[in-house]
Write a protein that binds this ligand. Structure first.
Ligand code: ARG
Length: 456
């Protein structure tokens, strides 16, 4: 049996080239959408009068059978199957004979693959969004359970000000919320149907593109046959979404890796998300989190790959574009593993509230002390300077700010009153920040309820 495009060829392709070029190894996962696209296209050909009713019924019956074969893992590949499109058409010919050859009338694998990948994304992205939502759900539940736990917040990885653990976790919730928004935005452009663009110049058989788009569940059609087959910006957007999301997951993972060290010991990752060492019996490593951090690197790599592949390609289709699928599938696969694992880690994470509290030093209240002086009439810069001197003295004397004698404060600035010691309180510090999005209990509760709404 010869290749589907074999007419003008006199001999066989070099076998190493053939293996190099065949995409069936990875585009086989498009079987279901490819067949769905072909069924719609066959109907469009029927409506255009290119296929008789009998031919259409035969083609649809054959395609339905092939879809069944894929579903039940009975589809047998043939060594000449170059990609998913030729594999399906080859099987259709085996099943219904020469009328199979009419299915591809006016169609090209160029508009076909662009349609397939968009359909695939329309199916897969909502599933991934579901996983993302579940992770956000796990974060909200965790935040709600530990609303009152205080810990140091960091800048430059130096202890900065006291915050609520829930507040830290909600910070990631909102990053993921924007990732959801980015996904919806990307989907708007994915949901445009390129079928009917042909190889590059359009369709000469009168297929109704708008009808095809509706039939396949798209929102509309692409506007130019050339860009329809040439561009992969919608895949780049997905890869970029995945890379940004991966960055968020990775930073969350890194915070927890750090906090689960003996030195911090703020949290304990549940045993079922850790592994041991083959040599050091005492070890319990947070591999789940490290892998999430590591896979985020692949997500960035996949985006970079495609950006580089398309850069400089002459219009329209070039086979370089076949290199879009492996990075895409890899990123989708990685996320579909990362999201549920991270949700599990969060859900089962144990907090060591005592350690978090111990890590709070009174120096983290220096800003509160400066705010106190501001309330007593000092310009902020002077207040900042005065408290800086108090911190220096407390460090030199090896005592916390609350043990520095009042006389020392008085000598630094007469604006200090005896009530300064009341300021040196962690709970009071987080409560003082009652602005929207701040650390006060009520502000965090409001934030939680907005988060719940956003998730609903
Ligand atoms: N396997 C190809 C791809 O993934 C399908 C389109 C092939 N078109 C072509 N003219 N060779 O991009």
């Amino acid at each position: 049996m010869s290749k589907l495009w074999g007419g003008r060829f006199e001999g066989e392709a070099d076998s190493r080239f053939w293996d190099f070029h065949a995409s069936i190894g990875f585009d086989i996962r498009l079987a279901e959408v490819d067949i769905r696209g072909s069924m719609a296209y066959a109907r469009a050909l029927g409506r255009a009068g290119v296929l008789t009713t009998d031919e259409l019924q035969m083609i649809l019956g054959g395609l339905a059978k092939i879809a069944d074969e894929f579903r039940s893992a009975k589809f047998k590949l043939n060594p000449l199957d170059e990609d998913i499109h030729t594999a399906v058409e080859r099987r259709l010919r085996e099943l219904i004979g020469p009328s199979a050859g009419k299915l591809h009338t006016g169609r090209s694998r160029n508009d076909q693959i662009a349609t397939d990948v968009r359909l695939y994304l329309m199916q897969q992205l909502p599933a991934l969004e579901g996983e993302l939502r579940s992770l956000q759900q796990a974060m909200l539940a965790k935040a709600e359970r530990h609303l009152r736990v205080l810990m140091p917040g960091y800048t430059h990885l130096q202890p900065a000000q006291p915050v609520r653990f829930a507040h830290w976790l909600l910070a990631y919730f909102w990053m993921l919320q924007r990732d959801c928004e980015r996904l919806h935005d990307a989907l708007k452009r994915i949901r445009m149907c390129p079928l009917g663009a042909g190889a590059l110049a359009g369709n000469a058989y009168g297929v109704e593109r708008a009808w095809l788009a509706r039939e396949l569940g798209f929102d509309g059609i692409t506007q130019n046959s050339m860009e329809s087959v040439a561009d992969r910006d919608y895949i780049i957007e997905v890869l970029s979404w995945a890379a940004i999301l991966g960055g968020h997951l990775s930073r969350l993972a890194e915070d927890l890796v750090l906090w689960s060290t003996n030195e911090f010991a703020f949290v304990r990752v549940a045993e079922k998300y850790t592994t041991g060492s083959s040599i050091m019996p005492q070890k319990r490593n947070p591999d789940s989190l490290e892998l999430i951090r590591g896979k985020a690197g692949r997500l960035v790599g996949n985006l970079t790959t495609l950006l580089v592949v398309v850069k400089g390609l002459p219009l329209t289709y070039d086979t370089d574009l076949q290199e879009d699928k492996e990075p895409l599938f890899d990123s989708l696969d990685a996320l579909s593993q990362m999201l549920p694992v991270l949700a599990g880690v969060i859900d089962t994470l144990q907090l060591n509230e005592k350690r978090m509290l111990e890590a709070l030093s009174e120096n983290l209240l220096a800003t509160d002390l400066a705010d106190y002086l501001v309330r007593r009439g000092l310009p902020f810069r002077e207040a900042h300077h005065a408290v800086g001197q108090a911190v220096l003295q407390s460090e030199q004397q090896g005592v916390p700010l609350s043990r520095l004698p009042f006389a020392a404060y008085q000598a630094i600035s007469p604006a200090f009153g005896e009530d300064l010691y009341g300021i040196l309180n962690y709970e009071a510090s987080v409560e003082a920040r009652s602005s929207q999005g701040g650390t006060a209990l009520q502000a965090v509760q409001e934030q939680l309820s907005r988060a719940r709404q956003a998730l609903a």
